[in-house]
Ligand binder design. Structure first.
Ligand code: PAF
Length: 290
């Protein structure tokens, strides 16, 4: 695996791959890699000829009081994992390479960026859209792989790709969970053993809603209450939001319908965790109003 730190080196390396007319897959990360990231790399490996990974803890997607400075940085271990997956190229720039003095252009996907995490973390998705647009321009991938765990990020990036005519396909890969059901996240490293146990309630809340839907419930407010009740049983969990939404617009739905997304965010200790579940269309097709 070749490791490059600058945009010009990345472009030169990509020009070689492109000359061979290879399909290039991009896996953009902030490092602190776990099995969820590796699943994206494997999906890219399976679908593309060449895999480019990026590691960049992007300052513009963190608010002033957020965890930018303490975000886990495990570069050596990350490189070993990527090397083991036969990644072709790793682009790991410094902030000054991505945002040189005088940078003043940001990408704003209006409206949708203020929903869910965008409501709780103002400016977060502006930072995400900006850095991902830059990575798309630098790497020029044919396919870019993102995790379903960040469902709002996926909706915003899909919209950006459509609106700005990026010639690439976004591929969304399933959430990877630990054996207890906790969605893998770099921020799980912040959890004490007790809080890790408490955090399992997030998935349990989603499962409770899923079970209610399977039993025929469809009213969103009632379903949200059922999920909230699960979280309320665990004092260490402080809910930010639990919503039933349209996965494309991130707007609240009054009742479950095809492709509805149940999304939540909660604080467990110092970790802000997100999780979600898509109600499978087959399940919804058989539901009736509660
Ligand atoms: O999902 C992430 O890790 C980040 O938001 C991303 C897409 C790498 C942009 O910094």
């Amino acid at each position: 695996m070749r490791i490059v730190r600058t945009i010009s080196e990345t472009r030169a390396a990509l020009a070689d791959l492109r000359a061979e007319q290879r399909c290039v897959g991009l896996v953009a990360t902030m490092g602190a890699l776990h099995a969820g990231h590796i699943s994206l790399v494997r999906a890219a490996r399976a679908a593309c000829d060449a895999v480019v990974a990026t590691i960049f803890v992007n300052p513009t997607q963190f608010g002033p009081n957020e965890d930018f400075s303490k975000y886990p940085r495990t570069f050596e271990a990350d490189c070993a994992l990527l090397e083991a997956e036969s990644v072709d190229l790793l682009f790991a720039p410094e902030p000054a390479e991505m945002y040189p003095e005088g940078s003043s252009t940001m990408v704003e996907v209006e409206g949708i960026s203020d929903r869910l995490d965008g409501q709780s973390r103002p400016g977060h998705f502006r930072g995400v859209a900006t850095v991902v647009a830059k990575l798309f321009n630098i790497v020029g991938p044919d396919k870019a792989f993102f995790g379903q765990k960040d469902a709002a990020q996926v909706a915003i990036l899909r919209r950006m790709v459509r609106d700005l005519n990026f010639p690439l396909e976004i591929v969304v890969c399933p959430i990877v969970r630990d054996p207890g059901g906790l969605a893998l996240s770099s921020r799980n490293r912040y959890l004490s053993p007790e809080n890790r146990q408490a955090a399992l309630a997030l998935h349990r809340a989603l499962q409770r809603i899923e079970a209610r839907v399977a039993a025929g419930a469809s009213d969103a407010a009632t379903l949200v209450d059922a999920g909230r009740a699960v979280l309320a049983e665990v004092p260490a969990v402080r809910l930010d939001y639990l919503r039933i939404i349209d996965p494309d617009t991130l707007e609240d739905l009054p009742d479950i319908r095809l492709g509805a997304l149940i999304a939540l965010a909660a604080w467990v200790g110092s970790a802000r965790l997100i999780d979600n579940l898509v109600i499978p269309p087959a399940q919804q097709a058989t539901t009736t109003s509660a």
